[in-house]
Design a protein around this ligand. Structure first.
Ligand code: SAH
Length: 347
């Protein structure tokens, strides 16, 4: 049982001491009080609106070797692909007609996409669709690179910190990667003027509740516009492929806690949630999330962007996907809107 009074204080003060936060995480059952409070706060700020982002997985080449990720360079079974400018623009055309006003270009860290190549893609999208936001999710790059991409028109950048604890970070990543650089990138992105998204996996190998509290504290420091969390899902072709998947209920609990701590944040009900439970995304929305990110990638590439196994919606055309999502979102009392979907923090 959680303490209702703690939820009340968290809602009023958007904060709680570490031990109280930890007690909210001490069981992973779905908690109605927490979800109800989070839903009320989301409705105060966003009504019943749900923002959609069209996800374009533009490359699965990656120079990194993150221990949890199926597209890590060490996975020699992965069939690699890249999308060119015209492929990406075709995804945007399809998405725009379906009501998308944000395109998220996500990919591995692929040196093929130099600043020149990526800036050209971003500016072409912005030229064709000036009423849309372009979000990049392409990993760690230099400050200069982030600046050039921003000047080319990129509006937002997603870069999950993955875990705010150095030791834990070291257990999930190879030695050549560092939490310090990840954090540095996030603060640079913010300073340049991007709307920034961060976040972490829930139930990743070796994660403790103390780690999660550190994640929440880090997010308080960063004050991101968007916070993406999803359960860890094992991928058998990775070094962490034998670990248990993260818990859907713990993820829902954390979505609610995040909504109470960051009332105006954009919080997606992630595909990973929908992968572990058929109505996972609907439950995410009911727990305080206000964004969904359907896949706009060409169907022939979807299966290859396998960061974790058993990902949903692999065979659906974008149009089918959005129809299915619309009815799912409606079934729990919300509505997908045609809107660029900025965070209310920017108003
Ligand atoms: N290369 C980009 C995009 C990574 S994929 C970057 O570094 O930011 C987007 C997110 O998927 C990651 O940030 C990670 O949190 C999540 N992810 C990767 N592997 C996963 C897995 N096995 N289970 C669940 N989420 C995973």
């Amino acid at each position: 049982m959680i303490c209702e009074n703690d939820v009340k204080i968290l809602r009023e003060k958007q904060d709680l001491p570490d031990d109280k936060l930890k007690s909210l995480l001490s069981t992973d059952e779905f908690d109605l009080v927490l979800a109800k409070n989070a839903d009320e706060v989301r409705r105060e700020n966003y009504g019943s609106d749900v923002y959609i982002r069209g996800l374009i997985e533009f490359t699965n080449h990656c120079k990194n070797n993150c221990l949890y990720c199926g597209v890590r360079r060490g996975n020699s079974d992965a069939q690699r692909y890249r999308l060119g400018k015209s492929d990406i623009l075709a995804c945007c055309d399809e998405g725009y007609a379906l009501g998308f006003r944000t395109f998220v270009l996500q990919g591995g860290e692929d040196p093929h996409y130099t600043d020149e190549v990526l800036c050209e893609i971003v500016s072409s999208i912005k030229k064709k669709y000036p009423d849309c936001a372009v979000t990049l999710s392409a990993g760690e790059r230099s400050k200069e690179s982030y600046k050039k991409l921003f000047e080319a028109g990129a509006d937002r950048y997603l870069l999950r910190h993955e875990t705010a604890n150095v030791e834990h970070y070291g257990k999930l990543h190879p030695a050549e990667m560092s939490l310090e650089n990840r954090k540095k990138c996030l603060f640079e992105l913010k300073k340049i003027g991007y709307q920034v998204g961060s976040g972490f996996m829930v139930g990743s190998p070796y994660q403790t509740n103390d780690n999660i509290v550190e994640d929440l504290r880090f997010l308080q420091k960063l004050q991101p516009d968007m916070i993406g969390i999803g359960p860890f899902i094992r991928h058998s072709k990775t070094p962490l492929g034998e670990f248990e998947n993260g818990s859907v209920e713990m993820t829902l609990r954390l979505i609610s806690i995040l909504r109470l701590m960051f009332p105006k944040a954009l919080i997606p009900a992630t595909t990973a949630l929908g992968t572990l439970k058929n109505d996972g995304r609907e439950l995410g929305l009911k727990s305080g999330a206000n964004v969904v990110m359907p896949n706009l990638s060409p169907v022939e590439n979807r299966r290859k962007y396998e960061i974790y196994e058993n990902k949903i919606c692999l065979g659906d055309e974008a149009a089918q996907c959005i129809e299915c999502l619309k009815s799912r979102v409606k079934s729990v009392g919300y509505n997908i809107v045609v809107d660029v979907g900025n965070a209310k923090t920017k108003e």
